[in-house]
Design a protein around this ligand. Structure first.
Ligand code: 4NP
Length: 208
């Protein structure tokens, strides 16, 4: 049967309808739990199928959300688009000094040199809702990870990782370049770009 759907319809279905359906099914499943095992099982099958269709949601977290994590957000968005992978990417900071600000001009510049525009991003702080809204939450360094773990409820602990550990298997921090020269930003860009390419490979496997 011919499907008359344009890109906007598909995007709306993936990003709006599926998450809504999954939430509804999770609520219905809770109602059946312990009362009707057969119905709960059938809900599980539907729930798991729809859940696996939901776009993956990824949050990058650093201290200020003006240097590393906005760059990571821009790089992953670009690489995902190039790979044809539907994912939701966002970034936030554990500290609140720069809330509402654009990324650091040195991050904007290094991204622009590599063909990525991150100038429209605005700094925000991590919120309690983030721990329910994202499938993967990546700290740029071990301090960020420790901070996230202290803020997160038990159910979200498994979703928090040191970014390069998860992406490349190397327990390496992405160093804070805030007090460094421009060179420090290029180093950070390269680390993030390598991590994002590897992550895209892992996510691609999940969807293929
Ligand atoms: P980021 O870098 O965590 O990579 O965004 C920093 C930006 C600002 C500050 C610290 C780190 N600050 O102290 O204002």
């Amino acid at each position: 049967m011919e499907m008359l759907l344009d890109g906007g319809d598909v995007e709306f279905f993936l990003f709006h309808d599926i998450p809504l359906l999954v939430t509804g099914l999770a609520m219905a499943r809770r109602m059946f739990q312990g009362q009707n095992a057969g119905a709960a099982d059938r809900f599980d099958i539907l729930f798991n199928t729809l859940d696996s269709m939901k776009p993956m949601r990824i949050l990058f977290v650093c201290l200020g959300n003006i240097c590393r994590s906005p760059l990571a957000e821009g790089i992953l968005q670009q690489q995902a688009a190039e790979a044809g992978l539907e994912i939701i990417v966002d970034s936030a900071g554990t500290g609140g000094w720069h809330v509402g600000d654009a990324p650091d001009p040195r991050s904007i510049a290094v991204a622009a040199r590599h063909g990525i525009d991150i100038s429209g991003q605005r700094c925000r702080r991590v919120t309690p809702e983030d721990f329910g809204n994202f499938d993967l939450i990546f700290g740029m360094d071990r301090r960020n990870v420790d901070h996230l773990r202290a803020l997160a409820p038990d159910a979200a602990q498994m979703r928090i990782h040191l970014f390069l550990d998860y992406a490349l298997g190397t327990a390496t921090d992405v160093p804070d370049p805030y007090y460094e020269s421009e060179d420090g930003f290029e180093t950070v860009y390269r680390m993030l770009s390598a991590g994002c390419s590897s992550l895209i490979g892992r996510l691609d496997e999940r969807f293929s």
